[in-house]
Design a protein around this ligand. Sequence first.
Ligand code: SF4
Length: 304
Amino acid sequence: MEIKRYYTLNQELRKVFGEKVVKLSLDAGFTCPNRDGNIGKRGCIFCGEKGGGEFAGSRIQSIEEQIEQQKKLLSKKWKANSYIAYFQSFTNTYAPIEKLRKIYWQALNIKGMVGLAIATRPDCLSDEVLSLLEQLNQKTFLWIELGLQSIHFKTEKFIRRGYPLSVYNQAIEELKKRKIRVVTHLIMGLPYETKEEMLKSIEAVAYTDTWGIKLHSLYIQKGTDLYKYYLKNPFPLLSKQEYINIVVDGIELLPKAMVVHRVTGDGEKELLYTPKWSSDKRSVLNGIDQELNRRNTYQGIRFH
Ligand code: SF4
């Protein structure tokens, strides 16, 4: 069996649970302060109608129904008895605390659920939310995903992220204090960033001493503000090979134990405008493995 040259979520979950664990993507009906007018009205420039949860369940169904449906759907692909409830769409800590408590427990009480993954913004982690997460963390396998995308100020403004880097830094300190696992989401190929700038973002996450990282390439979905911008101002996009090279450089920079949750994008095929290569997940993953083999390199080789 070929050895993976980077440390994947699948490997980590097998190590922790001793078996295959499947993530079920849920839409708990939340919104986002960057879309409802609290911070911004139009959201991040690339944000689609489903707030990053293109493959999540449907918000008109209950959490239980979504879980059952996702289990059924994924059972065609994986044989598993253990699951992680992944609150993926929009900002999953942005609701009154009692509602959050109820929703998380609803998921956790379902048979076979061994953990929770919660995607949110670092500016949506109040003290009471942090206390709830701390309690959950003592009961189950929990991780929090933070959408940082880039450490660079010009990009933060361009993508209308709506919070500065200092808020992310503070949030990870608060989560780390409570021993809660943190995964940072970064996008490679954001407009007008150089390769060096992208790698700086990866390097910054590498040194946070947190649990995991997610990488994907920028893709433009029809209907988003980024799509409208691109039609008027077509900026350079990464080619598949450029993206592969950046990911491999990035993997080298990460500490060996950092869990690499993802190295490809996850857009919906019908909504994808460009680049088309980003929807061919298998070929991107193979390309990354081939490049790692070609260089005879692996995760952590350039982490000091
Ligand atoms: S934080 Fe997430 S849900 Fe909110 S606007 Fe940005 S991408 Fe969309």
